[in-house]
Design a protein around this ligand. Structure first.
Ligand code: NAP
Ligand code: GFB
Length: 327
């Protein structure tokens, strides 16, 4: 279901990026400003929560009425790693439900022709066959650690189907795997694993202490560099014409264990101290191996940045921007 009539292609003219100040938003800014990702005649606006609290309906309507976007990249969300999700599942559910309903309705009310929203590979059913693909989103409960965030994200897909069925809207979504890169949230308690390990290793090196990896190190993850994701999101905005979501991830064969990820951080930072594992901390979901076969059918030649190279660039950015990094 949900093939938008691609003959009715609308060239973007005013692209509004919610969550434009975050990890993914800053990567899209880089691709637009430094890699020629934009086109003549396009205006790009990158929002932060200072421009509008998108949990507030009136503020959301006002910022959409101000800019009247033709296209929207909807990144804004309450986002966090495993441990923050485990602490405040209700907040993740409520805050993201408010943001998503306000943004999609405001886009509809200003007649935006296309909205690309973000789901996540962590929202799929926990009890599932592998590899996971786009057809499996609603096939069972998500992992208990982040059910609030997962159900809120799944409702975006419900929103998109309903806007297509009732109004013929071309509102779609992408499903990134774990993202990392410059401008990430490096807060050790609330952030994701790679920025957390980078920050912890950086401080442990200065203090001559071990790097403490949380959990057993056995869970498995696929990681996508934020700049690669940004390049793919721009393709989705211009040339992906399905309402159905599309997974944006490196291939299954790129999946690594948390232990291997930690060892890659050690290499990228030339960390010299001991690495230890705190098995009192939760492992969270063991694996969420996602297939990127649908993406590869569309873009068979897309070249992902090698993980070690992307991680080195991220570590170099963090060290160079330590004082101003989100931590
Ligand atoms: P992030 O770095 O935490 O940035 C979140 C963005 O949302 C920021 O620009 C933030 O604005 C904005 N925001 C949060 N609450 C808001 C509110 N109430 N009103 C307005 N803006 C608000 O997140 P990210 O990692 O870039 O994630 C971007 C999208 O990708 C999210 O939808 C996330 O669910 C999805 N995703 C992320 C990952 C990952 O591993 N990071 C994986 C899969 C999917 P401020 O800067 O003003 O706070
Ligand atoms: O990125 P992360 O926090 O979230 O990774 P998920 C958690 C995994 O990394 C667990 C291990 O196995 C942790 O035990 N880990 C080891 C660490 N050291 C650390 C550390 O210093 N910090 C963190 N955070 N983890 C999230 C979802 O799942 O995936 C979110 O909860 C979101 O909703 C995100 O969608 C993309 O990958 O487990």
């Amino acid at each position: 279901m949900g093939f938008i009539d691609s003959r009715k292609r609308w060239e973007p003219s005013m692209v509004l990026v919610t969550g434009g100040s975050g990890l993914v938003g800053r990567a899209i800014q880089h691709v637009i400003n430094e890699e020629g990702g934009g086109k003549d005649g396009e205006e790009w606006i990158f929002l932060s929560s200072k421009d509008a609290d998108l949990m507030n309906k009136e503020e959301t309507q006002a910022v959409f009425q101000k800019h009247k976007p033709t296209h929207v990249i909807h990144l804004a969300a309450m986002v966090g790693g495993l441990f923050k999700n485990m602490r405040v599942n209700l907040d993740f559910w409520r805050n993201n439900i408010y943001i998503n309903d306000n943004v999609l309705q405001a886009a509809h009310e200003v007649d935006a022709v296309k909205v690309v929203s973000c789901l996540s590979t962590c929202i799929f059913p926990d009890k599932t066959t592998y590899p996971i693909d786009e057809t499996m989103i609603h096939n069972g409960p998500p992992h208990a650690s982040n059910f609030g965030y997962s159900y809120a994200k799944r409702m975006i897909d419900v929103h998109n189907r309903a806007y297509f069925e009732q109004y013929g809207r071309s509102y779609t979504s992408v499903i990134p795997t774990n993202v990392f890169g410059p401008h990430d949230n490096f807060n050790i308690e609330d952030g994701h694993v790679l920025p957390g390990l980078i920050h912890k290793a950086y401080r442990a090196q200065k203090e001559g202490k071990p790097l403490v990896v949380w959990g057993s190190g056995t869970p498995r993850r696929q990681f996508i560099y934020s700049l690669d994701l940004a390049r793919l999101v721009l393709w989705v905005v211009r040339d992906y014409n399905e309402v159905e979501p599309i997974i944006l991830s490196v291939g299954e064969e790129e999946e690594v264990s948390i232990k291997e990820a930690a060892e890659a951080v050690v290499r990228a930072l030339d960390f010299k101290e001991e690495v230890v594992y705190d098995t009192d901390k939760s492992d969270g979901q063991f694996k969420k191996t996602a297939s990127n076969a649908k993406l590869m059918r569309y873009l068979p030649n897309f070249a992902f940045t090698p993980f070690e190279k992307a991680l080195k660039e991220t570590c170099d950015w963090f060290v160079a921007n330590y004082d101003n990094a989100r931590k």
